[in-house]
Design a protein around this ligand. Structure first.
Ligand code: GLU
Length: 305
């Protein structure tokens, strides 16, 4: 039998080291909203002495803009947001997503859906029309995942307790589209698990997706990361800054100003004179002073020009 102190030493439960990630979709250059998300996840990982990764969510070629992926990486580098491991491209990960679909299929959770957009136009929640159809491999169809009438809950580090009843509020959701592309919900869960991400830091616009992701994690036997959903930046008309709103691309030639403005939007109250400093000095200050709790409970922050 082990001596008591030896026994204790053997059973100390070590927390996995923090691993964060930024997962842009290459649908255009970075804008203020995406830089703020990148910076928050970077600061959070660095403050914890952890690892920070970049994953390119390039699963939807028709929505992608040629050259956007490399422009995003170039901008991150100019800002001093340097990642630790090789950038993962989701377009190279189809095999892993196929395996995940096989597993869900074995759990009896998948079915083919042939409903057209028009048929579903009036439905807020998918009514389960195709649940009973026999699979027909000849016909192109989307693949949906059955959801249980269970409430999925988690405690977000900023937004507090969040819950969603999947059957009533979301419905069976698409995991592979009719054009055979894998859906975001599936790919993000597979990759967060594979990359051993412990801390997901991203915009509040994805808060509603999280219960679906918790459900897929359970079904695929993957660990649940901690979540922190930061406020999204909105413009003067109250719209989320996004590529759809033609948000101005940020100008990496003015890296210090961009970092300072982003810290200001993250309510970190950076000193005014920091604006004149080199990006590395600004980031050093920001890691040291990172206080995400300043954003507690806020879901939107107005863009300050
Ligand atoms: N690719 C998503 C976006 O650009 C982010 C996904 C995530 O962080 O889970 O908004």
């Amino acid at each position: 039998m082990a001596a008591p102190d030896q026994f204790l030493a053997d059973t100390v439960i070590t927390q996995p080291a923090c691993r964060g990630r930024f997962a842009p979709s290459p649908t255009g250059p970075l804008h203020l909203g995406s830089v703020v998300a990148a910076l928050a996840s970077f600061l959070d990982a660095r403050k914890a002495g952890g690892t920070w990764l970049v994953r390119m969510e390039d699963l939807d070629p028709p929505r992608e803009v040629a050259g956007a992926a490399s422009a995003i990486l170039h901008t991150l580098e100019r800002l001093g947001l340097c990642w630790d491991e090789t950038v993962v491209y989701q377009s190279h990960r189809h095999e892993a997503y196929r395996e995940a679909l096989d597993k869900l299929e074995k759990n009896g959770l998948l079915y083919q859906c042939r409903c057209s957009r028009l048929q579903l136009a009036q439905q807020a929640i998918y009514p389960g029309t195709c649940r009973k159809h026999l699979p027909n491999p000849e016909q192109d169809s989307a693949i949906r995942c059955l959801v249980p009438a269970t409430t999925f809950a988690f405690t977000d580090r900023l937004q507090g307790y969040c819950q969603q009843q999947l059957a009533a509020e979301v419905g069976d959701f698409i995991v592979r589209r009719k054009d055979r592309r894998f859906a975001y919900q599936l790919a993000v869960v597979v990759d967060d698990g594979w990359q051993a991400i412990t801390d997901v830091v991203r915009g509040c616009d994805l808060l509603d997706s999280t219960p679906r992701q918790l459900y897929l994690q359970q079904q695929l036997g993957l660990p649940e990361p901690r979540y922190m959903h930061i406020p999204v930046i909105i413009n003067s008309e109250g719209q989320k800054l996004g590529k759809q709103q033609f948000a101005r691309p940020i100008d990496a030639a003015h890296a210090s100003a961009v970092l300072w403005t982003s810290l200001n939007h993250l309510l970190q109250a950076p000193d005014l004179q920091l604006q004149q400093e080199h990006p590395s000095i600004i980031l050093e200050w920001a890691v040291q002073h990172w206080q995400p709790e300043k954003l507690k409970g806020s879901r939107q922050i107005r863009e300050q020009l």
